[in-house]
Design a protein around this ligand. Structure first.
Ligand code: PHB
Length: 365
């Protein structure tokens, strides 16, 4: 526990915060949100995504939706990628629009692993994971829901190729004009499949000890840091989220270790999904994770303004990310400032479709 942990600071959601030379004007962050509106089959962001993100440029930082680093990393239809020239151009249009509105935007780098399906992958290949353990549940394929298949355990000699896909995606992200990147190591996707012991039964240097289970994440981080200043790199984790049928026998120990391992590098932030999207139970002390990490802590999971204000005042968090609230309120920062009423999100238009429920949520008059 920090000696000052109980003290109340005079910081609030509207206090600026700096990631190296990038100053965020406030601490209301847009969480990465999958919206399935990329052009198919090439997974290129469409022009309406530039409008959508630019409308939300007053957020302290936008973390753009999870974006696959390679064709093999895909796990859902119509999600964008960052591995082709056309995708770089598509994202550049988005980023130019956000910057023209005075905003800041990071890209979330994603590889789905076993949360995919042969129907979504090149040559209908089998999805890969840390170990050959099938997820309970269904993949979202272009033909609708289909049961997940058993993934193939990556061979150790294939792992440098995966790391290289992130290395290339980090470079493409810079070419596309992003301000930084977030490594997606949460929510049951590939990096999380290596970290958590429910999905990692390996007996090589990528399995067993906490050091081994976090090795792929650390190798990916090193590759990304070849392109980006550490302050422009965040990492997202979700210690007790069971979404995508994933679990760990000791999430507190696992993620205290990860928070420590990510320290001493000058990273921009650690982004933590606090809790379980599938239940209200909470068994992890997030203050320990916060205290084990030496940089900024970004909290996420159903925060409203009051909880976010209190987390920042008590120094339980440095920033708070909002998903559905920013989805439905492009001017959420202004609405929070004025304690104005909020638009209600429409779940029917979260995933896929056109501008309805995407670019047509009204700002305050
Ligand atoms: C989703 O598409 O449902 C999704 C994507 C990324 C996440 C969580 C959920 O981190």
């Amino acid at each position: 526990m920090n000696p000052g942990a109980e003290a109340v600071t005079n910081l609030d959601l509207f206090s600026p915060i700096s990631l190296g030379e990038l100053t965020l004007p406030n601490r209301v962050i847009m969480a990465p949100l999958t919206r399935n509106r990329a052009a198919v089959p090439d997974n290129v962001p469409r022009a309406m995504s530039a409008t959508y993100y630019a409308q939300r440029a007053s957020a302290g930082l936008i973390i753009a939706e999870a974006t696959q680093v390679s064709p093999e990393g895909v796990g859902y239809p119509a999600t964008p990628g960052i591995h082709s020239d056309a995708q770089v151009l598509g994202w550049r249009t988005v980023n130019d629009a956000v910057h023209a509105q005075g905003g800041r935007i990071f890209l979330q780098l994603w590889y789905c692993g076993r949360i995919s399906h042969p129907d979504l992958l090149p040559d209908n290949q089998q999805p890969v994971s840390a170990s050959a353990i099938r997820a309970e549940g269904d993949a979202v394929t272009p033909e609708g829901l289909k049961p997940f298949v058993e993934p193939r355990a990556l061979r150790a000699d294939e792992i440098p190729g995966i790391v290289n896909q992130y290395r290339q995606a980090a470079k493409f992200s810079m070419d596309a004009g992003f301000d930084g990147v977030e490594i997606h190591s949460a929510n049951g996707y590939l990096l999380d499949q290596f970290v958590r012991d429910g999905t990692n039964r390996r007996d090589d240097r990528y399995g067993g000890s906490l050091e081994n289970r976090s090795r792929l994440l650390m190798e990916v981080l090193s590759a990304v840091l070849e392109t980006w200043e550490p302050s422009r790199v965040g990492v997202r984790i979700s210690p007790e989220n069971s979404f995508n049928d994933i679990r760990d026998s000791d999430p507190q120990a696992t993620f205290n270790f990860i928070a420590t391992a990510l320290s001493g590098k000058g990273l921009g932030y650690l982004h933590v999904v606090e809790g379980d999207m599938m239940s209200d139970e909470r068994n992890v002390d997030y203050r320990q994770i916060r205290d084990n990490f030496d940089g900024y802590y970004m909290a996420n999971c159903s925060y409203d303004k009051a909880r976010a204000e209190s987390a920042i005042a008590r120094s339980d968090a440095d920033m708070v990310s909002f998903g559905q609230l920013l989805l439905a309120n492009p001017d959420l920062v202004e609405r929070f400032r004025m304690d104005a009423e909020l638009n209600t999100p429409d779940p029917d238009t979260f995933y896929g479709g056109d501008g309805k429920g995407y670019t047509d949520y009204p700002a305050l008059a």
